[in-house]
Design a protein around this ligand. Structure first.
Ligand code: BGC
Length: 529
């Protein structure tokens, strides 16, 4: 895709919704599509221009919708296709785009295709999946255990890169490719504006080289999926520069996760980090995407990761400062902002003493694999640190536990956030230091500033433990100064003073814009006069 074809997407700001935990309107304890409609005013007030809905297709929910059993039906708990159409109309009326999650690598084991496929080797659907008489390799599934599962009916093993209940589709089969293309067409005909493509790099495998992902046909398959259809596409890709360049020929943009991998040994174990590592990774990808005419996705949080703020910052006494610092640092960069529900209120990780409070299949697998190996307290600390349930807790819209924090009148599908009384939309919005209020100003600034949306990026950092960058467009510049944890003096670049630049945004009261003194997690944005 040429840069000129994708440049317009730099004007989008996407808000990710995990529908299960967003807002429940029928009291069954599970969020629903009508709940999303109910909160659209909130999104307009915040200033977002698109929503990405995590999967809302029919699913037995072994992996909360990432195990699709019917790509053309809405999950019963979320509502009906008519509800979805209302949502489509309501978003359109507000000028909000709708991005659907597309789970193309695997289906649910309950999908009719797999039910047929597993029944007999000569069933016409058998070749929709990947089979072997014996496990041909020692591939591990990403949620733990072998990636091969025995199927007694055919006396074979099938491949599942994720849970046992998520068999991988056989993309080498042209019929599978045609089926998934038809799914894309079904939703685009209904007016979808884009797709977030789940684990897209897994659809092409390389058995000869022992690679579960990024196989030789990846680009060809992606091309076939979207060619000639004018939609926004963002691929979830575990990719290096080379692969990103190649998949970017067929996608609008990709998520890459280098900044997410910082500060930990593995998903459940932290390691010491310095903020300069975050800055280095951001600069690397800014420069790379600028050089190659790519769009970069700007995000810190999603439904698979604990809150960035908790892992890579301060979620206690400096929570407001840290949340707003990360917000400004990331969302004033060159690229497309993606916010995750709750981030706009500075939500952080909860804490629970036992496994009963968790539902996520990956977390439960990790617990089972380790319960006899590690003391309970250590294991629970790891789980609280890394679990995907951290960001999947039902949204707390009010401070009132008795009204289900404004999320549901019923029993929530997953325990409320352990800090919900303190971390909720109502308390944040009425607080003197409101993260929401800061985000609102930040996004309003982004939306009105062409320098931020379309301008070039230049790193001007000259000191440790801070990030200073410039955005420029049509001879005008914006300077963003982000201080990390320690109070310090950050020299402003030459020529930046009260005569040449105006201070436009900060996250501390009583800031002296040109004093060059910055407090912990303080940010300042200056615009050329
Ligand atoms: C999704 C996860 C899901 C996995 C398997 C990921 O990309 O974001 O939530 O478990 O794919 O579908």
């Amino acid at each position: 895709m040429k840069f000129s074809d994708r440049e317009r997407f730099l004007d989008w700001t996407v808000y990710q919704i995990y529908p299960r935990s967003f807002c429940d309107t029928n009291g069954d304890g599970v969020g629903d599509l009508n709940g999303v409609i109910e909160k659209l005013d909130h999104l307009t007030e915040l200033g977002v221009s698109a929503i990405w809905l995590c999967p809302c297709y029919q699913s037995p929910n072994r992996d909360n919708g990432y195990d699709v059993s019917d790509y053309r039906e809405i999950m019963d708990e979320f509502g009906t296709l008519d509800d979805w159409k209302h949502l489509r109309e309501a978003t359109r009326a507000r000028g909000i785009r709708l991005i659907m999650d597309l789970v193309a690598n695997h289906t649910s084991a309950e999908h009719a295709w797999f039910q047929e496929a597993r029944s007999a080797r000569d069933n016409p659907y058998h070749e929709y999946y990947i089979w072997s008489k014996k496990p041909p390799n020692r591939w591990k599934s990403l949620v733990g255990g072998s990636a091969w599962e025995y199927n007694p009916q055919t006396n074979e093993y099938y491949l599942h890169s994720f849970a046992v209940e998520q068999p991988d589709l056989n993309w080498e089969n042209p019929k599978v490719r045609a089926e998934m293309r038809a799914v894309v067409e079904f939703w685009t005909n209904l007016g979808v504006d884009g797709f977030r493509c789940d684990m897209l790099d897994f659809i092409s495998k390389d058995f000869k080289k022992g690679k579960m992902l990024n196989g030789p046909h990846l680009q060809e398959y992606i091309d076939g999926l979207f060619k000639g259809i004018d939609v926004f596409t963002v691929g979830e890709c575990q990719s290096d520069e080379k692969n990103i360049l190649s998949v970017s020929k067929s996608l609008t943009t990709v998520f890459q996760f280098e900044h997410i991998q910082l500060g930990r040994k593995n998903k459940y174990t932290p390691r010491a980090f310095s903020y300069d590592e975050v800055k280095k990774v951001l600069v690397k990808w800014q420069e790379f995407s600028q050089k190659h005419g790519l769009l970069y996705t700007l995000f810190t949080d999603n439904h698979d990761q604990p809150f960035y703020l908790s892992r890579m910052g301060n979620d206690q006494n400096l929570r407001y400062e840290c949340a707003t610092m990360y917000g400004a640092t990331f969302y004033l960069l060159r690229g497309i902002p993606f916010l995750y529900q709750g981030q706009e209120f500075g939500f952080a990780n909860p804490y629970y003493p036992t496994i009963e409070y968790f539902e996520d299949i990956e977390t439960l697998n990790y617990y089972r694999a380790n319960e006899s190996k590690k003391p309970l307290e250590k294991l629970m600390n790891e789980i609280n640190y890394g679990s995907r349930d951290n960001t999947r807790r039902p949204m707390a819209w009010t401070a009132n536990e008795k009204d289900g924090y404004g999320f549901s009148t019923g029993k929530p599908w997953l325990a409320y956030h352990s800090r919900a009384k303190e971390l909720n939309a109502e308390t944040d919005k009425t607080s003197e230091k409101s993260v929401f209020e800061f985000y609102r100003k930040l996004l309003a600034y982004r939306n009105k500033s062409k320098i931020i949306r379309r301008g070039s990026f230049r790193d001007l950092t000259r000191a440790k433990d801070c990030f200073v960058y410039e955005r420029a467009f049509a001879q005008k510049r914006v300077l963003v100064v982000c201080n990390f944890e320690r109070q310090k003096k950050i020299p402003l670049p030459e020529g930046v003073n009260e005569k040449t630049f105006a201070f436009v945004l900060g996250n501390y009261k009583d800031f002296e814009p040109f004093s060059q003194r910055f407090r912990p997690f303080e940010i300042a944005v200056y615009e050329e006069k």
